[in-house]
Every structure is written in C-alpha cells, then in structure tokens.
Design a protein around this ligand. Structure first.
Ligand code: HEM
Length: 240
C-alpha cells in the first residue's frame, strides 16, 4: 500500500483552526484557540486512550473476536477498500465488526464511571414513576445502564455480535441504554472525533502487528476517579 503524502491527508485540526481568521477575522482569537486545544486535550485525551486500551484488552482476552476482526480488516485490505493510513470514510462502511467491537468495549468499560448529573428544571419531573422536585440533582452512571442484563444479556461477557443484531427493536433499546458519550443537551461533542480516531487506529494497528497480552491470564487493574483508568495492560506486538 502506498503511503499518503501530507498534502493527500490534508491539514490537521490545529492547522484548520489557525487558518480560520484569514477567512473570518472575528473568529478564533488566540484565546479561543487555547480553549479549543485544551478542551480537546482534557475531554478527549484520557477518554479516548482508556477506550483504546479497553478495545485492545477485550480483543486479547477474547481471541475469537480478535480473529474475526483481523479477518475483516485483512479482507477489506485485500479488496482494496482500505488505504494507508486507513481513513474513517473507508473503514466505516467496510468494517461493521470493528464498529461492534468499539461499541461493546465502550459498553463494558465506559471511560467515564460516575454519575452524569442533571438539574431538574422548574416544575419538577417524573422519572420512572417518581415525582422529583425542581433543583434536585439527578444522574446515572453509564456503568449501571451498561450492565443492565434486561437490555444487555450476559453483561459481563464481551459479545460484539450483540450490536450486529437484525432485531431493530432490540438494537434501538441497546442504543437508548448506551451512555458512554452521555445523552441529551450535554452529549459529548467530541464523539465523532473519538469514533474516527478509534476506527482508524485499530485496523491500522491490527493490519501491521499481531497483538497479544504479555501474560494472557493476568487481569488489568482499574481505578475510578471519574475516568476509569486501567493499568497493567502489557502487550507484545509482533510485526506481521
Ligand atoms: C471515547 C472517547 C470519549 C468518551 C467516552 C467521552 C465521554 C464523554 C461524556 C460521558 C461526556 C458527558 C456527557 C453528558 O453529560 O451527557 C462528554 C462530554 C464532553 N466531551 Fe467527550 N468523550 C470522548 C471523547 C471526546 C473528544 C475526543 C472530545 C474533543 C474533541 C470530547 C469533548 C467533550 C466535551 C467538550 C464535552 C462537554 C460537552 C458539554 O458539556 O456540552 N470528548 N464526553
């Protein structure tokens, strides 16, 4: 596969932001630029790296899923559907199993692990038959929703196939309970960036390397302080 030149890949986010004032002098002051860069770093850096670590860990712990995904990536590459580097536009329509793997890893290990809080507005609300007065803080932790066995049977098992179900009612129910990026007015604004990053990086990595855990029996350790950080995931990468 031919390497793409910098011109073919196009400008990165920072170059695009710094170019804004040339077409619209009132936008993207240095201050706005700093706010945008720090938002991407603070909100998008740990979250996405936790998600990527979870994807790799669950794939290594579930060799049959790893093998289905590697086959999918290899066959899309052989079919000429994936360039180098893999682009989101190419990967998204041709790597359905990858998308299911990402969703399942985010379900089992939501990078955010505490309640996403909301203030009840004037007039109060009724939630699940309970009348909640105005100004109460309500919230739910994504992990609670994601491990609800009524929606996700066998919640402790890594089953990407569940996201490929043909049952549209079941899928809609799962989507409604998928809370890794939150929901509603504060829904993660970086979710498409994160999905793009993961959808590009995982196939690129698996196409070039066999990835396995240094100690396949060892479990990772996790620590929850809003972000659920993992440690102890040591992998051996062998060039394919
Ligand atoms: C896998 C990666 C990511 C996960 C799991 C994630 C998760 C979340 C969650 C749970 C929220 C709160 C949503 C709510 O309260 O309903 C949030 C908000 C936010 N995220 Fe992400 N995020 C990710 C990547 C990113 C990236 C890459 C960016 C930036 C490029 C980003 C920027 C933001 C911002 C600015 C907010 C605040 C939105 C608001 O309050 O209006 N996130 N994210």
């Amino acid at each position: 596969l031919a390497e793409k030149s910098k011109e073919e890949i196009g400008p990165d986010m920072l170059s695009k932001w710094t170019a804004v004032p040339s077409s619209d002098p009132l936008r993207m002051s240095d201050n706005e630029l700093i706010v945008n860069v720090s938002t991407v770093l603070f909100a998008g850096f740990d979250t996405t790296s936790i998600a990527l670590r979870a994807i790799i860990y669950f794939l290594c712990k579930n060799p049959s899923s790893m093998s289905i995904l590697v086959d999918e990536v290899d066959s899309a590459t052989r079919g000429g559907f994936l360039g180098n580097p893999v682009s989101y536009r190419e990967a998204h329509p041709h790597l359905a199993y990858l998308n299911a793997v990402i969703k399942e890893a985010l379900r089992m290990h939501s990078p955010v692990g505490l309640s996403l809080e909301r203030h009840v507005p004037d007039g109060g609300v009724t939630i699940s038959g309970h009348q909640i007065p105005a100004n109460t803080i309500v919230g739910i932790n994504p992990w609670v929703l994601h491990y609800d066995s009524k929606v996700f049977p066998e919640p402790d098992s890594f089953l990407p196939e569940r996201w490929l179900s043909k049952d549209s009612k079941k899928l809609a129910e799962m989507e409604k309970s998928f809370f890794a990026f939150g929901a509603g007015s504060r829904y993660c604004i970086g979710r498409n960036v994160a999905m793009m990053e993961m959808t590009k990086l995982i196939p690129q990595l698996l196409r070039e390397y066999d990835v396995r855990l240094a100690d396949p029996k060892k479990e990772w350790e996790t620590r929850n302080f809003w972000f659920v950080q993992q440690s102890g995931v040591e992998c051996i990468l062998t060039k394919r």
